[in-house]
Design a protein around this ligand. Sequence first.
Ligand code: NAP
Length: 338
Amino acid sequence: MKAIGYTDRGPISTETAVVQFETDKPRPSPNDLLVEVRGISVNPVDVKVRANRQPPDGEPHILGFDAAGIVKEAGATTTRFKPGDEVFYAGDVTRPGTNAQFHAVDERIVGRKPSSLGFAEAAAMPLTSITAWEILFDSFGLNDGEGTGDSLLVIGGAGGVGSILIQLAKKLAGLTVIATASRPDTRAWVEKMGADHVVNHRNPLDEEMRALGIAPRYVAALTQTDKHFAAIVELIKPRGHIAMIDDPQDLDIAAIKFKALSFSWEFMFARSMFQTEDMDVQHQLLNRVADLLDDGTLIPTVNMHGGEMGVASLRSALELQESGTAIGKTILDGFSPA
Ligand SMILES: NC(=O)c1ccc[n+]([C@@H]2O[C@H](COP(=O)([O-])OP(=O)(O)OC[C@H]3O[C@@H](n4cnc5c(N)ncnc54)[C@H](OP(=O)(O)O)[C@@H]3O)[C@@H](O)[C@H]2O)c1
């Protein structure tokens, strides 16, 4: 099969950062589905894995996490899907990626593809939806469908995660959502995703929130958390909850004591990485997200369709992702079916 990987960690512009090659089709384990990949999206984790994981000499490592496609084979113990089913999922950071014609994935982290979306458009959704869902309903402990009258500040609102978190927070958790954006385009985007208010993360966020007159109970720190952390502690309600998803180098965790804040570090790959007993909740939540997309409760978060998967198109998509200025999600169609 065709696949695209990298053989070294150099700048994305170098030849070895994006390499197309031929390799064997993966063999599905008993819990796996073998999926023909028909659409993918890129994520910051593609950039981070490439920056941190040097493949052994000459062996390209296949990147890619989000995918949508068609089940070609179902492993011996699978029960949720059968060949021919259309699925979407965010993969597993410990396994080879989805930038390939075929991909093997544990069915417990796979959902049915929304029928109203094309494959690539569907592939924009899984990784960010799982992250946003786990922030709201695992970390914050909110209840799906039960509004609390509280507010949520989403820092990095126009990014991939912010785009779906704003929607889920409003539509399912009934929160008032304040999103941060620093440019006219990102401001317009977070408003389209449903943000009630927009503040600018280029200014101190405690000052921005004071001017708005809202002290949120919840803060989702999606990016640049170390830069915003002191302001978050200042602006949040006492006994509030901060959830973070990025990788700050230096965080003064003692600062949360006097407001008795809760703090969570969400990692959407934790369930698959540690094969937790409740891995199947990601299957269930993806099915629910598919329903919500199909009935129009949620809108797709695609902003850029980069064409069919290939060295040039994937390199451009990764360059945009690396720039830190992505709006919503960037998607590619899979390789043409063999
Ligand atoms: N732990 C997990 O499970 C998990 C899951 C998904 C993602 N992540 C991590 O979460 C982070 C965000 O992911 P993403 O996909 O949403 O990213 P993204 O799409 O790359 O985010 C881009 C957005 O970040 C905003 N931004 C840039 N500088 C900022 C700043 N100083 N303060 C606030 N916002 C800023 C930009 O808005 P403007 O252009 O308006 O400035 C831009 O729209 C990444 O580090 C990713 O690796 C973790």
